[in-house]
Design a protein around this ligand. Structure first.
Ligand SMILES: Cc1cc2nc3c(=O)[nH]c(=O)nc-3n(C[C@H](O)[C@H](O)[C@H](O)COP(=O)(O)O)c2cc1C
Length: 200
């Protein structure tokens, strides 16, 4: 086995080993609202499934190189609300496009080609081009050495009509999900394998 002690690694090496093994990761386009009312968008994949009752997810917003907060973190702290949109094969290129850092208050909407619609339970608008939307409110903000970690409570799941089957369950293939691998690589779900637990 090859052992790499994290304290002896550079930030780039640590990134390489986490991002290269914690995969595939769903990508969410996170919408928030800036102080001047414009909709801010950013893709995020350092996200986690935290709890079901109430339903919660986490989003890690890394600090910028100069140590300041990204617009998404600033807005989440200011308004306490965000909408997360799941990346699929049709919107993933647009989602990737908006990762560009713009001056605070300038919207990524024009870059992406996405269109906005009112959300159900939060004041942050959603985009029409996502078949799964999570409307969320901030439950907790945790300040880490180089990261703003947000625990978000999902107050509404919004699905396009084809996503739920007749039993009300999510149709895995209908999601058409595009998940992140390392660097610029993504993957879809091409095969589903059932593994039943065996009694020893
Ligand atoms: C697919 C993808 C996933 C990303 N995931 C994260 C992430 O989880 N955390 C993060 O801080 N930045 C992540 N980034 C970079 C941010 O999207 C980028 O810094 C963006 O400008 C943030 O938006 P904001 O400055 O409007 O907050 C990701 C970029 C891409 C393309």
């Amino acid at each position: 086995m090859i052992v790499k002690k994290s304290a002896e690694l550079t930030p780039t090496e640590n990134f390489r080993y986490i991002a290269g093994t914690y995969l595939p990761r769903p990508v969410y386009l996170v919408n928030t609202v800036s102080e001047n009312g414009t909709v801010n968008m950013g893709p995020f994949s350092y996200c986690g499934f935290i709890s079901t009752h109430p339903p919660m997810v986490s989003v890690s917003v890394l600090r910028k190189k100069d140590g300041t907060q990204k617009d998404t973190a600033i807005n989440l702290l200011r308004t306490g609300e965000a909408v997360l949109h799941l990346a699929n094969s049709e919107n993933v290129v647009g989602i990737q496009t908006v990762s560009k850092t713009l001056p605070y208050g300038e919207s990524e909407l024009d870059l992406s080609g996405f269109t906005l619609t009112d959300s159900q339970m939060v004041d942050v608008p959603s985009i029409n081009e996502a078949s799964v939307r999570l409307e969320t409110k901030v439950h907790k903000h945790i300040e880490l050495p180089s990261t703003d970690l947000f625990i978000l409570e999902i107050v509404a799941f919004v699905f396009e009509d084809n996503i739920l089957n007749d039993e009300g369950k999510v149709d895995t293939f209908a999601l058409d999900v595009m998940a992140k691998l390392y660097g610029k690589e993504y993957t879809g779900i091409n095969e589903v394998v059932e593994i039943s637990s065996r009694k020893i």
